[in-house]
Design a binder for this molecule. Structure first.
Ligand code: NAX
Ligand code: ADP
Length: 341
């Protein structure tokens, strides 16, 4: 286990040749966002471009695409087919006809059929980032059902049907992929909630990077957050081996492991403890992959620079005031800082 050094990180910065065009620096396909988490789609998409990717396509619900295009002209939109879901709490002690308490309506869940809309994009993309704000459901710990199917009650968890169809399609692809947030929660749910719907092993595709915060890793490994926090290097390494993926265990001094080599990140501070900063990290790592970096190097560079953005931002505006969206504006400063060393 080693601490990432500035000198080492500087050697990882991908070259920018003069004889180039936008696709020289890669195409990020970002599958992110949902009715409640439109910001996550924005933050992850723009962070990838700022990190140096040449082209970013956001594939999401029409509502998310519309919101993000209202905030930035830089992202290419690919609106996906949706289907409405009415969420309700089930009270198992009551007869089926009376057992629903309406919670909310999600008009932007992505339809499984949307997979056919992104086949070409899956082939063209240099890297695929999945999960920032994708929405597992209104509440992860309660049973939630689709009231549109009362006669045949189906457990509906946000975009879970679409996610698993996508995961199946991704298994044969060789691009780098970044799985964050709700992509990890979908995997945990399928891994640990009975009954398992299939006997086939549930794996991330080859060349995957997963970016769990401690609770997300606890869900994936089905253990306590406290156990993870007590030995972060051990559990990041174990998860990398178990899932055959590069793991970024987020938090103070994030740990990056590919199962053989493990680094601890020295940059970052408590200013990063703010909603949406993890979505920015996903975009930054995706942007590194798009420029041809290996998954492990992309994770190391992305995490280091993300922390450096937090350090530069905190020194300018204090640890209290940094927003996730501010971090994106500090990516150029963090890269210039590295380049001038
Ligand atoms: N503007 C937006 O649209 C935002 C969207 N977000 C999305 O919201 C969805 C839900 O993410 P959340 O993180 O809110 O929900 P989670 O349910 O995954 O995480 C919240 C829980 O995890 C625990 N936790 C989080 N970080 C931890 C740490 N470092 N150590 C120990 N425990 C920790 C919290 O105490 C809490 O119980 C994700 O898809 C995410 O991408 C968030 O990133 C927030 C901003
Ligand atoms: N106290 C801290 N010190 C350093 N980095 C932190 C701290 N708190 C959070 N971070 C970083 O901020 C990001 C938070 O990501 P995450 O928990 O996924 O948030 P969100 O889901 O809101 O985007 C991670 O990169 C994490 O390493």
């Amino acid at each position: 286990m080693q601490i990432l050094s500035t000198q080492y990180i500087k050697t990882l910065l991908p070259p920018r040749q003069d004889n180039s065009h936008k696709l020289t620096f890669g195409h990020v396909l970002n599958i992110a966002g949902s009715i409640h988490y439109r910001g996550a789609a924005y933050l992850s998409s723009v962070a990838a471009l700022r990190m140096g990717a040449g082209y970013v396509t956001l594939a999401s619900s029409p509502g998310v695409c519309q919101s993000v295009s209202g905030l930035t002209p830089n992202i290419v939109m690919h609106p996906l087919l949706t289907r409405p879901i009415v969420y309700a709490k089930i009270n198992p002690t009551m007869p089926e006809s009376m057992s629903f308490g309406l919670q909310s309506i999600d008009t932007e869940s992505i339809d499984v059929k949307a997979l056919t809309q992104i086949h070409t994009l899956l082939e063209k993309a240099s890297v695929i980032t999945v999960g920032s704000g994708l929405s597992i459901a209104q509440s992860k710990d309660e049973y939630i059902a689709s009231a549109t199917q009362t006669s045949n009650m189906e457990i509906a968890e946000g975009n879970h049907g679409f996610f698993f169809a996508l995961l199946g399609a991704l298994q044969t692809r060789s691009q780098s992929m970044v799985f964050d947030a709700d992509a990890l929660n979908f995997m945990s749910h399928r891994l640990h909630q009975p009954p398992r719907q299939s006997n086939t092993p549930l794996l991330f595709p080859k060349n995957s990077i997963i970016t769990p915060h401690p609770k997300e890793l606890a869900r994936l490994l089905n253990i306590d957050v406290a156990a993870i926090q007590a030995d972060r290097v051990h559990y990041a390494t174990k998860a990398a081996q178990q899932f055959r993926a590069v793991v970024v265990l987020k938090g103070h001094h994030s740990v990056i492991s590919n199962g053989d080599s493990t680094f601890i990140n020295p940059t970052g501070n408590n200013a990063l403890a703010k909603a949406g900063t993890g979505d920015v990290l996903t975009g930054m790592i995706g942007g590194c992959c798009a420029q041809g970096m290996s998954p492990f190097n992309a994770a190391c560079l992305g995490v280091f620079l993300h922390g450096l953005c937090g350090d530069l931002a905190a020194s300018d505006v204090s640890n209290y005031c940094v927003l996730a969206s501010d971090l994106i504006d500090y990516i150029p400063k963090a890269i210039k800082h590295l380049l001038t060393l």
